[in-house]
Write a protein that binds this ligand. Structure first.
Ligand SMILES: *Cc1c(COP(=O)(O)O)cnc(C)c1O
Length: 371
């Protein structure tokens, strides 16, 4: 089945006795055993598994062409679960432009037990020369936050395979509709389901998908089920509900995103636009090769200093000045002031998540704010 169809039907796993077309929310934490001590409903205790979480994991695993998935209480916990599963002393090659919260885990939680290097992964030679005998993971993020760098998943998967390293792709900005890293050789995919999967800025969650159920995956599942950083049945229900419209929401985000990027690209008060769909983007050809379309995320540099940049975010009316992304409403954010003084993000950079409002209204708002 095609993604549009899977997104609507793959979550209809939850058994119900009342003939509901829409699966119910199973709030029970515990499940009946039978005379032989078995679990006839397939579930024992809801930290380990529950019907709504299984429905969510099944749906996202299918959409990403994976064998299995593990849902967590946040996107960040996907990083935690993988890093905990690695033997101490393992080396990770991570991107220089990386989601701040996961980079922070390496720098402040795993700095004593794991080794890592942050590398510009748009240069394959830099990745090759960063490989060490103890390299166990290559972590990529594409398109990346906040500079929208695109890395070549297929080429990097060859480097990972040649060195027996696991390739993990943070594919949050693309969603399973625009990019399927497992088909390009990735071993694991992560999504912050807080973003496009949820799509309405009202659910926090994350999900890891695996290409195969290997030894590393068994460890990750054990961390999920024994550690217990799992989403509630209600969160899983909401995510399954949101995913049903994911393919159509992504169409709208891509259409609007393209128009907004073209508008910004021509604006005299904009110094540069970072959007993989623009022909001037340095990795546009790679993006065309591995993505079906280019999404609704972009960032741009305002001509002027940090005050001129702040002025733009303070003048928008339709855009909400807030962090996060992937919701139906357009958001704008001054990344540097979120990331703090250690951040390498340019001070005149604004990141926008183009929502599903009418594109003329979105552009009119940016036009009046840019002056
Ligand atoms: C938001 C985000 C995360 C972290 O997810 P949370 O749900 O906020 O914990 C990781 N990677 C990317 C690219 C993100 O945008």
């Amino acid at each position: 089945m095609k993604p549009e169809t899977l997104a609507i039907h793959a979550s209809n796993l939850v058994k119900n006795t009342t003939g509901d077309v829409t699966p119910p929310i199973n709030l029970s934490t515990t499940f009946f055993r039978d005379e032989n001590g078995g679990y006839p409903g397939g579930h024992m205790y809801s930290r380990v598994s529950n019907p709504n979480r299984s429905a969510l994991e099944n749906t996202v695993a299918k959409l990403e062409y994976g064998e299995d998935a593990a849902a967590f209480a946040s996107g960040n916990y996907c990083g935690m679960a993988l890093f905990q599963a690695l033997k101490p002393g393992s080396h990770i090659i991570a991107p220089d432009d990386m989601y701040w919260g996961i980079k922070k885990q390496l720098l402040t939680i795993y700095h004593e037990t794991l080794e890592f290097d942050f590398v510009d992964q748009t240069d394959l030679n830099l990745i090759k020369s960063a490989v060490k005998p103890n390299t166990k993971v290559i972590w990529i993020e594409t398109p990346s936050n906040p500079l929208l760098k695109v890395t070549d998943i297929e080429e990097i998967s060859k480097i990972a395979k040649a060195n027996q390293a696991t390739l993990v792709c943070d594919s949050t900005f693309a969603s399973p509709i625009l990019q399927n890293p497992i088909l390009l050789g990735a071993d694991l995919i992560m999504h912050s389901s807080t973003k496009y999967l949820g799509g309405h800025s009202d659910i926090l969650g994350g999900i890891l998908v695996t290409a195969k159920k290997d030894e590393l995956w068994e460890k990750i599942k054990n961390i999920q089920q024994t550690g217990g950083a799992v989403p509630s049945p209600f969160d899983c229900f909401l995510l399954c509900r949101s995913i049903k419209t994911l393919a159509y929401r992504m169409k709208g985000h891509c259409e609007n995103g393209k128009r907004v990027a073209e508008f910004l690209d021509k604006h005299p008060n904009v110094e540069a636009v970072f959007y993989p769909g623009l022909e001037t983007h340095p990795q546009h050809e790679i993006a065309k090769k591995q993505m079906k379309d280019f999404g609704g995320m972009m960032s741009f540099l305002v001509k002027g200093d940090v005050d001129a940049t702040r002025l733009v975010v303070n003048k928008v009316k339709l855009f909400a000045q807030a962090t996060s992304l992937g919701g139906v409403e357009s958001l704008i954010e001054h990344r540097y002031s979120v990331e703090g003084p250690d951040s390498k993000t340019p001070k005149n950079l604004l990141r926008i998540s183009v929502g599903l409002e009418h594109v003329d209204d979105i552009i009119a708002d940016l036009e009046q704010a840019l002056g």
